[in-house]
Design a protein around this ligand. Structure first.
Ligand code: PEP
Length: 252
């Protein structure tokens, strides 16, 4: 049995005080939830206040990115050493990092290793563009990303990694994948993970991400290979995010 995992990616939204207020509202609204794992991923500057808001609750903290080096002349970057002990999870390879900041699979692979070395659990984002989807290249893209981003990871570490399958055409567009398509892609990703890690792949969580809302969450999350969701826009509204978490719970 894999525990459903709902993570909120707040992206570049919320001031520090707004982030604190949102976290407090979520703590209150999610008090009764125990069956589903929840993580909040605020901007770096709000990690400490959100950590204080969720103290003494099962809610986990995630960062949205990090560099692969522990320290050095990388102005504006945050290192795994700085996040260790602060965050539980770190989102790596988000399509916005790949698209806008030119992050390569080789760089993302180094980050995965750095996160694991420092006890951080990667939420590794993969997914195809609209053009790749329309050309029928989705599986080839997912296969390449899984193999390149996870190269050299030991099977013993695999279960510390969460995969977020996020078709880029579904992110922030209001056009989510159908539940059946999300299931088919997540099942394909798991098949690739089995090739790399054997039976450990059956214990790995694979989230779906891309325009998940309170309205579509229950159906998407009911699928056997969809083990949760990475939620962007809908994670910024307490009621909406709480409803998504409750949709996962309702399926369990
Ligand atoms: C995301 O950015 O990871 C995401 C899934 O965004 P949204 O839910 O807004 O599509």
């Amino acid at each position: 049995m894999r525990t459903q995992f709902i993570a909120g990616n707040w992206k570049m939204n919320k001031t520090v005080s707004e982030a604190y207020d949102l976290a407090i509202a979520l703590v209150s609204g999610l008090r009764a939830v125990r069956e589903t794992e929840v993580a909040l991923c605020p901007p770096f500057v709000s990690l400490t206040v959100v950590k204080s808001a969720i103290a003494n609750t099962p809610i986990k903290l995630g960062a949205q990115n990090m560099h692969d080096q522990d320290k050095g002349a990388f102005t504006g970057e945050i290192s795994p050493l700085m996040l260790a002990g602060l965050a539980d999870y770190v989102i790596l390879g988000h399509s916005e990092r790949r698209q806008h900041f030119g992050e390569s699979d080789a760089f993302i692979n180094r980050k995965v290793h750095a996160a694991l070395k420092h006890g951080l659990r990667p939420i590794l984002c993969i997914g195809e563009t609209l053009e790749q989807n329309e050309r029928g290249e989705t599986e080839a893209v997912l296969r390449r990303q899984v193999h390149e981003d996870l190269a050299g990871v030991a099977p013993a570490d695999a279960t510390r990694i969460v995969i977020a399958y996020e078709p880029i055409w579904a992110i922030g567009t209001g056009r989510a994948a159908t539940a059946n398509d999300a299931q088919a892609r997540c099942a394909y990703v798991r098949q690739q993970l089995r090739g790399l890690f054997g039976s450990a792949a059956d214990a790995m969580r694979i989230q779906y991400g891309g325009s998940v809302t309170a309205a579509n969450a229950k159906e998407i999350l009911s699928k056997p290979d969809v083990d949760g969701a990475l939620v962007g826009g809908a994670s910024l509204k307490a009621e909406e995010f709480i409803a998504i978490v409750q949709a996962a719970k309702a399926n369990s």
